[in-house]
Design a protein around this ligand. Structure first.
Ligand code: AMP
Length: 186
């Protein structure tokens, strides 16, 4: 299965992604991880993406799209993958659809973890780095909301969106994800 995973900082996305890739035996494709690896290489691409990342800005779509397409064409992705941190823009979502349509392997489901903002704030404040002031945390949550809202509409219209309550224990949350995934198996 090809699954897109969306969740605000603090919702437990990392923990749930780990459970889900084990459950479905698919690779975990995190564009943040791929870009951080690229950034560490002493190359033109590394310097280019590093400029955006250190400024906290999105890396241009063309670069991210090429990376994802290359990774998705590797054999271990034949039976699917979990896309984490991608797509982040409508342009990326449309390009992903085009790419997958050409291959006849569409997205199966979009899992969105949802938790009320006060709870997210509490969790983030509890684990925050020392430079994370309450206003910075609020800003991160707001940027996420602004950035992802158009994507949620886009996938909701396609009947792919599953909104999961991220409250409770990790096992409780995963049981909800599992049920949602089962609804989208072909
Ligand atoms: P993340 O670990 O997902 O928070 O990503 C870390 C950084 O990598 C982001 O702040 C962006 O600069 C960049 N990045 C990750 N994924 C994407 C994406 N899909 N599109 C553009 N930039 C991205």
């Amino acid at each position: 299965m090809r699954i897109i995973f969306i969740g605000p900082p603090g919702a437990g996305k990392g923990t749930q992604a780990e459970k889900l890739i084990r459950y479905l035996s698919i690779p975990h494709l995190s564009t943040g991880d791929m870009l951080r690896r690229a950034q560490q290489l002493d190359s033109e691409v590394g310097k280019f993406v590093g400029k955006y990342m250190t400024a906290g800005q999105l890396v241009p779509d063309a670069v991210v799209l090429r990376m994802v397409a290359e990774r998705m064409s590797e054999p271990d992705c034949n039976s699917g993958c979990l896309l984490d941190g991608f797509p982040r823009t409508l342009g990326q979502a449309r390009a992903l659809d085009d790419y997958l349509q050409q291959r006849g392997t569409p997205v199966d489901a979009v899992i969105q973890l949802e938790l009320d903002e006060e709870e997210l704030f509490r969790r983030l404040a509890g684990r925050a780095r020392s430079d994370d002031s309450p206003s910075v945390i609020r800003q991160r949550l707001m940027s996420f909301r602004e950035q992802t809202r158009p994507l949620l509409d886009y996938y909701s219209k396609q009947g792919l969106l599953e909104t999961i309550d991220a409250g409770g224990t990790p096992d409780e949350v995963f049981a909800r994800i599992e049920a949602a995934i089962e609804r989208h198996k072909r």
